[in-house]
Design a protein around this ligand. Structure first.
Ligand SMILES: [Zn+2]
Length: 148
């Protein structure tokens, strides 16, 4: 396990845990708390890092796994009236989970170029298209955040 500290422009620290298995394999990225007050994923991912560390040391890990238990250190520091906020950027009131670049085409293009078996690549691209279609539907119909 390696832990990288990324210093954000506002001075907050982002912790990035990396686990590398034996002999290559898929890459997985997991993150929690885009809405900074949703810390249940953060707790679960911290526990997962302990399990992944043990698996990595035992040589039982396949592929590469990147874990960011709390991906919104800016929101983590937002408190008002004794309550943790973290859903909206207090500088401009934007919802943290509604203001990110649309990387759909880049992601789909990346999936199409990955050195995978044709069938696996087709499945990955289909999943990518479905996720992006879902994200577009969510973006156009969302008036707020229900569960995400
Ligand atoms: Zn959320």
């Amino acid at each position: 396990m390696t832990i990288d500290e990324y210093l954000m422009p506002g001075g907050e620290k982002l912790l990035i845990y990396r686990f590398v298995g034996m002999g290559g394999g898929p890459r997985v990225y997991l993150q929690g708390a885009l809405h900074a007050d949703e810390v249940s994923a953060t707790v679960a991912l911290h526990r997962l890092t302990k399990l992944l560390d043990a698996a990595e040391q035992a040589g039982e890990l396949i592929g590469e796994i990147t874990v960011v238990p709390h991906c919104n250190p800016r929101g983590l520091g937002q408190f008002a009236y004794g309550r943790h906020l973290g859903r909206f950027d207090l500088t401009d009131r934007r919802n943290f989970n509604r203001s990110f670049p649309n990387l759909a085409d880049a992601i789909i293009g990346h999936l199409e170029r990955m050195p995978l078996a044709a069938r696996t690549r087709e499945a990955a691209v289909a999943i990518g298209h479905a996720l992006m279609a879902g994200a577009r539907t969510l973006r156009t119909s969302a008036t707020g955040c229900g569960s995400n």
